[in-house]
Each structure stands twice: as structure tokens, then as C-alpha cells.
Design a protein around this ligand. Structure first.
Ligand code: ZN
Length: 202
């Protein structure tokens, strides 16, 4: 499965000169929601991810996603794995499990996001699950930004990866592209101007 092509075809992976929300510049911009706007594509990607997870032998009772970014990918993955789906959301800045969702003691929970960058949101949501007695057995994402080490990839884990090393991380592809501070950006040096992807309406 050529995940990069699927993203490109859906305009979910843009090539150009972008100003990211961090303030850094990059030649690429990822807008995962775009690849998931076609439910058939979402289903296809989630099923491929579910195959990896099943083949690993990992036992999963429930998928949990941090809102908002992980909702569609998490729901699609839970459907593909035929398990329960819950989500965590921020309440006054704190990731919280609400909506009457319950987590049983030792319930095996897989955290899911659309893209894992450092895994920060997933792990914040994981803390909320653990507080209710759940056990975090793994993490999953459609794509990995290259800071964390996923199963079946030889990318090295970077220091800022927040996923624990003792649980597996499943993703379909690594999207590792350079980010530059504005004054060290080769694209700026070539004379082009960075655009905010938000200016296109997202
Ligand atoms: Zn630049």
C-alpha cells in the first residue's frame, strides 16, 4: 500500500513552502483530515493498520483517541478491529474521559491518532485512561512523523518522542520531512515565501 501516494492524491500531503503552526518552515504540509474525508479511504487505511495489529498478536479491548484529531482514525480502526471506541477530550486544558465512557480495570486500551508526531496528545489521553484503571497496550496512527519508532521500520527514536518504549507503536508509513527555523530555511534562501496552509481554508 503506497500511503504517501494516497495522501498526495487526497491533497492531504502538500508540497511547497509552508509555515507550520510551530513557526518552522517546511517543504511539506500534512492535513490528515483530508485523507479521511473519503470514508472508503479511511476504511482502507484503518483495515491495513488493523492487519498489522492483529498479526502482532496484541490483544486490544478498546481503541481510545484524543479528540479532535484522532477521532476519525480511531473510530475507523476500532471498526476494523471490531472493538469498542472511546475518546478523550480537553476540558479546561486537561485530557479527560467524559460522555459516560467507562473503562474497566485492566481493560486493554490502544491509543490512536491520525498522525503521531511526538505522541504527546495520545499519552495525555492515555493518562486519563490509566486513571480509570485501563491498561495502555499500544499506540497506533495512520502515519508516523518520524520522531517515534514504529513497528516494522528502522527509523531511530528521537529524544522528543513521548510514547513509552515498552509498548508497540503501529503506523502505515513514516513521513519524515525536514523542518527549518525561518532564518535557516533553504526555501526562503531561494527567494520563495512561506505560506500558512490555513490560508487555504483549513
Ligand atoms: Zn522558508
Amino acid at each position: 500500500m503506497d500511503v504517501k501516494k494516497i495522501y498526495m492524491d487526497a491533497d492531504a500531503l502538500l508540497e511547497g513552502h509552508f509555515k507550520l503552526s510551530s513557526g518552522n518552515h517546511s517543504e511539506f504540509y500534512l492535513q490528515s483530515a483530508k485523507v479521511l474525508e473519503d470514508p472508503k479511504t479511511a476504511k482502507l487505511l484503518a483495515e491495513a493498520l488493523a492487519v498489522q495489529i492483529r498479526e502482532s498478536g496484541l490483544k486490544v479491548d478498546t481503541v481510545c483517541a484524543p479528540a479532535l484529531g484522532g477521532l476519525i482514525a480511531g473510530f475507523a480502526l476500532a471498526t476494523a478491529l471490531d472493538v469498542r471506541f472511546i475518546f478523550a477530550e480537553r476540558v479546561e486544558g486537561i485530557m479527560t474521559i467524559r460522555r459516560g465512557f467507562e473503562v474497566n480495570k485492566d481493560e486493554k486500551v490502544l491509543m490512536c491518532e491520525d498522525i503521531i508526531t511526538t505522541g504527546g496528545s495520545a499519552m495525555e489521553a492515555a493518562r486519563a485512561v490509566e486513571a480509570l484503571g485501563g491498561e495502555i497496550v499500544g499506540a497506533a496512527a495512520l502515519a508516523n512523523r518520524g520522531f517515534c519508532k514504529r513497528e516494522n521500520s528502522d527509523i531511530t527514536r528521537k529524544e522528543n518522542c513521548k510514547l513509552p518504549q515498552d509498548i508497540p507503536f503501529f503506523a502505515l508509513a513514516d513521513f519524515t520531512f525536514e523542518m527549518y527555523t525561518p532564518n535557516a530555511c533553504p526555501l526562503c534562501k531561494d527567494g520563495s515565501e512561506a505560506i500558512k496552509p490555513g490560508s487555504r481554508g483549513n
